[in-house]
Design a protein around this ligand. Structure first.
Ligand SMILES: Nc1ncnc2c1ncn2[C@@H]1O[C@H](COP(=O)(O)OP(=O)(O)O)[C@@H](O)[C@H]1O
Ligand SMILES: [Mg+2]
Length: 349
């Protein structure tokens, strides 16, 4: 058998995960580079509590120093931002006692994804429960106090109808969102003419705009190139954006839609077609802009609900545009109006 020279400790400096070695008296005797970056240069020679800080992490390390193989624990550290680690401790026999090797694995992203999922489920349940509670309430009233009151019955059935429609819309939007998420990594390949797609969407939504006394104008440069896309999904994008412009625009104001060619889609070298939808109305103040595309985020929850919104429209828009390698930009001023601009890469010849 060939003899290998001993491996120097410095090899652990190449590991992305922080590693600490504890002596039997809990002193940190070695730390690899990732551990020094995380805990600071002065951590070696100190008691493990200086690094591990939280009782759950210290318990795991103590168990290993007692020769046990503990289950991993979670350690949250504030390092300028909140970071979460899974901490594992392994005993290493050492002349009748034990040292411990501690490894930390960064689980911040998994934790965030899990928190988002839990938040999302809570939001969905809440959004479904409120129309449902109202439906149950009216059913009870119709069976009891309003049993013989024709006028009240008419009124309550009207409300029940709109609450049921709200639930249906929410479920449609949730299904769209999950479908878009599933497809997100498949690049769309159809050839789509944005000018004819927008004409159709505007025709279909024109009635709603006219009810508010609003006009929708469509301006485009001649000879627009086609884009690469999924026709149904792009229709959904513009339906959502024009729907918002109608909902949040002032009665009797105008919505202007412009389609033009741009030299390059932001962040790429590819030329694109951009569609901007400009309304005059509520507008959105600066502090909300970065959060608009989050699921269920609304500037004014009551107003969105009253207008029949689900708070999912822009989340769907963002995912679809992401799938298309496109770009969404929002320009807005409170009480003046908003411009939502979508830029999509053109079909390469
Ligand atoms: N054109 C717009 N003008 C003003 N506010 C808007 C506009 N579009 C979207 N918003 C704001 O962004 C929020 C999220 O939009 P969206 O996801 O489409 O939800 P919803 O329309 O169902 O409320 C809206 O609730 C509204 O507060
Ligand atoms: Mg909307």
């Amino acid at each position: 058998m060939t003899e290998h020279p001993p491996i120097p400790w410095s090899i652990f400096d190449n590991l992305p995960d922080p590693v600490l070695v504890l002596d039997r008296d809990r002193t940190i005797i070695s730390a690899n580079r990732a551990a020094l970056d995380l805990f600071g240069r002065s951590v070696e020679g100190n008691d493990m509590a200086l690094a591990l800080r939280q009782p759950s992490a210290i318990t795991v390390a103590e168990a290993a120093l007692n020769g046990k193989h503990p289950k991993p624990a979670e350690l949250s550290l504030y390092t300028g931002a909140n970071q979460t680690f899974e901490i594992c401790a392994t005993p290493v026999p050492d002349a009748g006692a034990f040292r411990a090797v501690i490894t930390l694995h960064d689980t911040t992203r998994e934790k965030q994804a899990e928190d988002m999922r839990a938040d999302f489920v809570a939001n969905v349940s809440h959004e479904l429960r409120s129309p449902l509670a109202s439906l149950i309430g009216f059913v009870e009233t119709l069976r009891g106090p309003a049993k013989d009151d024709r006028e009240a019955q008419e009124k309550f059935l009207g409300i029940m109808h709109s609450e049921a429609e709200r639930m249906a819309r929410l479920i449609d939007d949730l299904l769209s969102l999950s479908k878009v998420e599933v497809d997100e990594h498949i690049q769309p390949r159809d050839q789509v003419s944005l000018s004819s797609l927008l004409r159709q969407v505007v025709d279909a939504m024109g009635v709603r705009a006219n009810e508010k006394g609003m006009t929708v104008s469509l301006n485009m440069s001649a000879n627009l190139p086609d884009v690469v896309g999924d026709e149904d999904q792009l229709t959904q994008v513009f339906q959502n954006l024009i729907d918002n412009a109608v909902k949040y625009g002032r009665p009797k104001s105008d919505i202007n839609i412009e389609i033009s060619v741009v030299d390059r889609v932001s962040g790429t070298a590819a030329p694109g077609v951009s569609v901007s939808i400009k309304d005059q109305g509520d507008g959105i103040s600066e502090e909300h802009l970065s959060r608009l595309t989050e699921r269920f985020y609304r500037v004014d929850k009551a107003r969105s609900r009253e207008l029949g919104g689900t708070g999912l429209g822009l989340a769907i828009v963002k995912h679809i545009i992401g799938r298309h390698r496109g770009w969404l930009e929002v320009d807005s001023e409170e009480n003046i109006g908003s411009t939502f601009t979508v830029t999509l890469p053109v079909l390469e010849a």
